[in-house]
Ligand binder design. Structure first.
Ligand SMILES: [Zn+2]
Length: 299
């Protein structure tokens, strides 16, 4: 009787597909990338969402248990997560995903970091002491990280190495085609002048040939002050003085609106990652949306 019951149970219960790799990303773009490469073989989640500032989140208990279960932790690095990741890793106490282990991938190690200063003076609050960590806004960087991530997946889940290699090849083809399309569409943005809330966009600027004139933050990580905004208004008080004032959705809109209203320079909110706008549903639509927003503000 027991055997019959068991047979019935087995034949009626749905087959539970178990992901082979549990991936915890620090930022949503890396979780999205893991899914592009690994498909059904990975279960990816992100510690931050695109409406949060990745410099500053709390190491919540739910995140600690995700670290404990993770096979691979993927973060931008370059000290972007210095305020919360070390604590999270310590509390998660999973030796496989500690920095230096195959289960930890620091994305910014695989790209050319910009704004690397040999003499970083942090006394004034610079939050980018190892160069700028916001590497994800250049799609060529995404491809470099994808290659490193695919290799790591093959190393950690050898049985499925072939599938990750195929996933990577398919992604590379689609992404390379998309980059060519974006670069064609963005030709008219070359040379446009930007005032950015935070130095979140220098890789985008580098990619598209935008020129950053100033930031609303007086120093990276220090919120805009009245005196700094007043000085920006003296410098850029005319609508021809710059083309865009850009910010991410989690940054206060007040400083950019203040300057925009007085100067006439359009203020533009850009998604800094997947999920940062209604349109940015995946890696592809995220870059589509960045370009759409810049092109419509600049025309
Ligand atoms: Zn930053």
């Amino acid at each position: 009787m027991k055997n019959i019951l068991l047979v019935i149970l087995l034949s009626t219960s749905p087959v539970l597909a178990k992901a082979d790799l549990n991936i915890l990303a620090c930022e949503p773009e890396w979780a999205a990338l893991a899914e592009e490469i690994g498909g059904k073989l990975v279960k990816a989640s992100s510690a931050t969402n695109a409406l949060q500032d990745p410099h500053y989140i709390q190491a919540r208990p739910s995140l600690i248990s995700k670290v404990r279960r993770a096979d691979l932790v993927v973060c931008s690095g370059a000290q972007l997560e210095i305020g919360w990741l070390p604590l999270l890793l310590r509390k998660g106490n999973n030796p496989e995903v500690m920095p230096g282990m195959p289960g930890f991938l620091e994305a910014s190690m695989f790209v050319k970091r910009l704004d690397v200063s040999t003499n970083a003076d942090r006394s004034q609050g610079d939050v980018h002491p190892q160069g700028n960590p916001h590497i994800q806004t250049n799609p060529h960087n995404i491809l470099l990280v994808a290659g490193a991530m695919a290799e790591r997946m093959q190393q950690l889940d050898k049985d499925n190495a072939q599938v990750y290699a195929q996933g990577m090849a398919a992604f590379r083809k689609r992404w390379t085609d998309a980059i060519a399309d974006w670069e064609t569409r963005a030709t008219q943005l070359r040379g446009k002048r930007v005032i950015a809330h935070h130095k979140s966009w220098i890789y985008l600027e580098d990619w598209l040939g935008l020129v950053e004139l100033a930031t609303l933050e007086p120093i990276s990580g220090i919120p805009p002050t009245a005196s700094h905004l007043a000085s920006l208004l003296r410098q850029f008080g005319d609508k021809d003085a710059a083309d865009f004032i850009i910010r991410a959705p989690f940054q206060s809109e007040k400083p950019s609106h203040w300057l925009s209203e007085r100067s006439g320079i359009p203020a533009v909110e850009l998604p800094l990652s997947v999920g940062g706008s209604k349109q940015a549903k995946d890696l592809f639509s995220w870059f589509d949306d960045i370009l759409n927003r810049l092109l419509s503000a600049g025309s």
